[in-house]
Design a protein around this ligand. Structure first.
Ligand SMILES: *Cc1c(COP(=O)(O)O)cnc(C)c1O
Length: 428
């Protein structure tokens, strides 16, 4: 074990709960000591002991162009030299808004915020304010940030109201969130048939990336679109993770479904804190000061963060850019699968765009319950084996993985070699 990482972890825990500023970083799911990082470039990270890792997390999604891309760093440095914050409008914000609306045409208007959580929290407030209804529908295993209304899990029976999934969320708030099973279209239809007139909106990850990776199965997104339209509810695609990863135009472009509202984050900040929500302009006109739905932010549209996002999106918007990363991601997944097969390990895998899922299970899971049946112990052993070999995967079995434009043949071959060694130690 690396001594400096351990030393920092001990020191961190004295002043920061569990030593981290976001829970999954604490390695609780896999055990052991989190790596403290000092530097990153391209596809690589360097920890406090100077050990190098191939990075398959990309800061949980944002680093799609690779770490410390010169164009992004330069844009950030230039912006910082001009001003850190104005708390007043800038031309760069218009440019970022225009770029987002151009790449995702369902977003006719957009407002910038500072995190994905802020984006989803406001999108559901807007759906409620626009429709005058209270109920929100979400799906088990989808994560939409940590606003009270969205920290809700399924109640005892489907179609009943949800229960808080965190202490501190009043049941009075959770009862307005209905939690259904991902990919269960029949359940969605039944709910709308019974309660359609009370539903303000449905929020969904159009490709689920917070319970490892789960693709929408035939007709699920279409059903959501149809039911929302029929009953006057708003369909909210939470593309905080899938935006500019599943396709240049997000999951909505890939699946050909047009939501009423979209939330973004991660990639649009290129590693700096930026989120956004946007969509139909008749709906967006309900936001303050045009309309009665309140939303604000001291650092919203921060010039340094916007510069990072804009530089990142300019790269991503180039023809063939996302497709090239998609091919790398496909090659990664098929190479890992081949190594697992060779070792006789029960393993399945898939990818979409630059997101991938690996599962210690014979079949690819299609829902939350199936995902929970994956062999978590075996993932943990694989994770630690790969970490020792210099490959940094998400420190939990139920997280998607991410590839960047900086990953190439050299990184893939090193990853396969590491995987071959680690699979051979797991036993069939
Ligand atoms: C990461 C994520 C969020 C929350 O974004 P933060 O910037 O962490 O607040 C919301 N929705 C989805 C789908 C995410 O992946």
């Amino acid at each position: 074990m690396n001594s400096r990482n351990e030393e920092l972890f001990k020191r961190a825990q004295l002043r920061i709960p569990a030593g981290v500023n976001s829970p999954v970083r604490a390695f609780r799911a896999v055990g052991g000591t989190p790596r403290f990082f000092e530097r990153a470039f391209g596809a690589y990270l360097w920890d406090a002991d100077g050990k190098r890792y191939i990075d398959y997390i990309g800061s949980w999604g944002p680093m799609v162009v690779g770490h410390s891309h010169p164009a992004v760093v330069e844009a950030v440095q230039a912006a910082a030299a001009r001003a850190l914050s104005f708390g007043a409008p800038t031309e760069a914000e218009i440019e970022l808004a225009e770029t987002i609306c151009h790449l995702i045409p369902s977003m006719e208007m957009v407002r910038l915020v500072s995190s994905g959580t802020e984006a989803t929290m406001t999108a559901i407030r807007l759906a409620r304010g626009f429709t005058g209804r209270a109920k929100i529908v979400k799906f088990e295993g989808c994560y939409h940030g940590h606003a009270d209304s969205l920290l809700v899990k399924a109640g005892s029976g489907a179609l009943t109201f949800g229960n808080p999934s965190s202490a501190g969320v009043p049941a009075d708030i959770a009862q307005h969130t209905i939690v259904l099973d991902y990919n269960n279209s029949a359940q969605v239809r039944e709910l709308f048939a019974n309660q359609g007139a009370n539903i303000a909106g449905v929020i969904v990850e159009p490709v689920a990336g917070n319970m490892n990776l789960i693709l929408p199965t035939n007709g699920f997104l279409q059903t959501l679109r149809e039911e929302c339209t029929r009953h006057g509810a708003l369909l909210i695609f939470d593309e905080v993770m899938t935006g500019f990863r599943v396709a240049r135009g997000g999951a909505q472009a890939r699946f050909g479904i047009t939501p009423d509202l979209t939330t973004l984050g991660k990639v649009i900040g290129g590693g700096m804190p930026v989120g956004a929500f946007g969509g139909r302009s008749d709906v967006m006109q309900h936001i303050a000061p045009l309309g009665p739905v309140y939303q604000a932010g001291t650092l919203s549209g921060n010039p340094v963060a916007v510069a990072a996002g804009l530089a990142t999106l300019k790269l991503v918007a180039q023809a063939g850019y996302t497709e090239a990363i998609e091919r790398t991601t496909q090659a990664l997944v098929s190479g890992l699968q081949a190594e697992a097969d060779r070792a006789g390990i029960a393993f399945s895998s898939q990818s979409i765009g630059s997101m991938f899922g690996i599962y210690f299970h014979q079949q690819i899971p299609q829902g939350f319950a199936q995902m929970m049946a994956c062999d978590k112990e075996r993932f943990n052993a694989f994770f630690h084996g790969m970490l020792a070999q210099g490959v940094y995967l998400a420190p939990a079995a139920f997280e998607a993985g991410f590839v960047s434009a900086a990953h190439g043949e050299e990184e893939l071959q090193a990853t396969f070699q590491a995987a071959r060694h680690v699979f051979s130690t797991l036993g069939a």
